[in-house]
Design a protein around this ligand. Sequence first.
Ligand SMILES: [Zn+2]
Ligand SMILES: [Zn+2]
Length: 464
Amino acid sequence: MTTRFRALLLTGCCLALLQSTVAETVLTGAAFAALLEEARSPASVEAILRWRRHLHTIPELFFEEFNTSAYVRQQLDELGIPYTYPLGITGIRAGPIGAAEGPVIALRADMDGLPITEELDLPYKSTTRGRMHACGHDGHMAMLLGAARLLKAREASLPGRVVLLFQPAEEGLGGARRLIAEGALEGVEAIHGVHVMPSMPAGTIGTRPSTIMAASDRFAVTVRGLGGHGALPHTTRDPVLAASAVVMALQAIVSRETSPIDSAVVTVSRINTGPGAANVIPESVELVGTIRALTAPTFERLHTRLEQVAAGVAAAYGCTAENVTWSAVPYPPTQNEAAMAALVLDVASGLLQGGQGGEGDEGQGGAGPGRAVVVEPMMAAEDFSFYGPAVKQAAFTFLGTGDPALGTDAGLHTPRFALDETQLPLGAALQAGVALEWLQRRAGGQAGAEAGGAEAEAGARDEL
Ligand SMILES: [Zn+2]
Ligand SMILES: [Zn+2]
């Protein structure tokens, strides 16, 4: 089965509108309508909001998600879903939901919060100063629990199995990698993850049949010279001047050495001279920043050239570039597998059009514009990228939650980030729908055929 879609327009925004027909899915329009209706039922909405709001009050940092994990496990107990714990210190592999045997698809949510102090005065705001779910991972967990509820209700008819991965440490330390190393993907043939996206209109579902997010690494480099009195610069080797020149020269790696078609970023975000008087030239300056690229070769070249340029330019000023350090866990590019992404778009279209005669694109229940879209790749990164090389049929999807009227369009990782909770049931239905459709296609041999074709075409694969 191939997915046919037409990009309708690209008018200054990053979204190409998608038109896809429900008829291309194994699940019927009625099945999608029923799934979404059930996800939006009072009992489902009450549970999803209760889960999300409680989790929002208890944000924890990477590999410290003990209370978060305990709460998720408690909900799994109440849903009657078994689990393996711990994986990756706080991670959970729940399930399987479904048949005793058969193909396995994994659905993933991340669990960690951020070292940010929440500014909005919500009734369920973070109870810990300096900790905040500012990337929506609380919503991801609630959606996955919501999907679990939907799938559990259909357990007897599933032609295979669904496992749920609640992973730690997405924000920089590669919790996904740790989970994989500890066997979380055993038997898994396909995997899907969803991220809320305030820069996309609420109710929009977007993914991409290739690289969707960038590779990411972070660097620090010390430019060392010879300090002295600011009135006697000729007796010093000024590391501030040298570091300034390094910052400028690093910009040429992207603007002069990288094809304009090949997206890359070199950002120096901090210049640290340490404490000192205004008339004292310091001994050294530390530069800190990040590099991003959409392909592995460009990513590798950015690493090499950053070190070469820093050393060469520092030397021209009589200084040295020392102690270059990189992240413990650089994130590779997030590369969606084409057939899996097509399946996700089919399911998104089915959910958003289901029950409306198939041609409407106004969405369901007035919860946003309701469009399935192919998105442009973005230079943020995600550790979902580690799953792709381990599970070929991997796709990562964005759920639009931006609504200026609700004030939910503030960026991820900002202290005023707020989630449009009304989209969470749609996200739960999407996760469940992807699993149901994949299992149906797999049972009919269609997913296998698609996966084989994509495999023959190309093999392929940080943090928001
Ligand atoms: Zn995130
Ligand atoms: Zn994030």
